[in-house]
Design a protein around this ligand. Structure first.
Ligand code: KIV
Length: 272
């Protein structure tokens, strides 16, 4: 019996760069487990982000701050096992890189070695640029993240749109250039005005991936549980829901409960 050969091209950071060059949009979604990763990868997504949004989505915390490096590694390892084609980017969680370059490099290496992920993501601009260069020099691809940075939520005090004023917008644009120079292969732009995202996208050579940053970015990312309507509490303007899984799941579970209670499940045909 012949084994069917896999014919897909694996997505690498170089592929993303080529996609920007030919103006092909990059699609990215989050995943936090093996089964979701398999489904998302099979649907031919370009990038899977093992986001520290797992802190909210998986562990039920109010912010992304509490999740630990070991928790991120466990989640990322499961995701990597479900992926054949996509580039898997893993968030460096809060508290494991902000202090100094040595700690940042140690955390990045631990993620790469233990999870099998292909790249990491870090929130911040000029203040972490040296750490990023150190990590990139060690051979680890780094995705940057500017605009709304949820790991700094207690500094902002709110999740509203960032960089609406020119001063913050210019700083963000400078930071994007600094991240590019530091060696980032792409930058997430979260919740900033569309026109600013356009300026950044046209200024840097590396791909920008937007979330709540309008249509001019080189790619888009959403949290899978939000865009599939599993989580129904979160509905910001930027979120488009592609399914209403919460309702479908709730109805399925209710039907099951009813069948068990009434004795109609299982039937003899469903027995041994
Ligand atoms: O953790 C996450 O899911 C993210 C995306 C929102 C970009 O950083």
């Amino acid at each position: 019996m012949s084994v069917a050969k896999k014919t897909f091209k694996k997505i690498t950071t170089h592929v993303l760069q080529e996609m920007k060059a030919r103006q092909e949009k990059i699609a990215m979604l989050t995943a936090y487990d093996y089964t979701f990763a398999q489904i998302i990868d099979s649907a031919l997504i370009d990038v899977i982000l093992v986001g520290d949004s797992a802190s909210n989505v998986i562990f039920g915390h109010e912010t992304t701050l509490p999740i630990t490096l070991d928790q991120m590694i466990d989640i990322a390892s499961a995701v990597v096992r479900g992926v054949d084609r996509s580039l898997v980017v893993v968030d460096l969680p809060f508290g494991y890189y902000q202090g100094d370059g040595k700690t940042a490099l140690k955390s990045a290496i631990k993620i790469m070695k233990s999870s099998g992920g292909h790249a990491i993501k870090m929130e911040g601009g000029r203040h972490i640029a040296d750490y990023i260069t150190r990590i990139v020099n060690a051979g680890i691809p780094v995705m940057g993240h500017l605009g709304l940075m949820p790991q700094s939520i207690y500094k902002y005090g709110t999740y509203t749109v960032r960089a609406k004023e020119e001063e913050e917008a210019s700083t963000l644009l400078e930071d994007a250039l600094i991240l590019e120079k530091a060696g980032c292969f792409a930058i997430v732009l979260e919740k900033i005005p569309a026109e600013l995202a356009r300026r950044v996208t046209e200024t840097v050579q590396i791909p920008t991936i937007g979330i709540g940053a309008g249509p001019y970015c080189d790619g888009q990312v959403l949290v899978t549980h939000d865009m599939l309507g599993i989580n129904k509490e979160f509905s910001p303007r930027f979120l488009r829901r592609y399914a209403n899984l919460n309702e479908i799941m709730t109805q399925g579970i209710k039907n099951y409960i009813e069948d068990v209670k009434s004795g109609s499940f299982p039937t003899i045909d469903e027995s041994y």
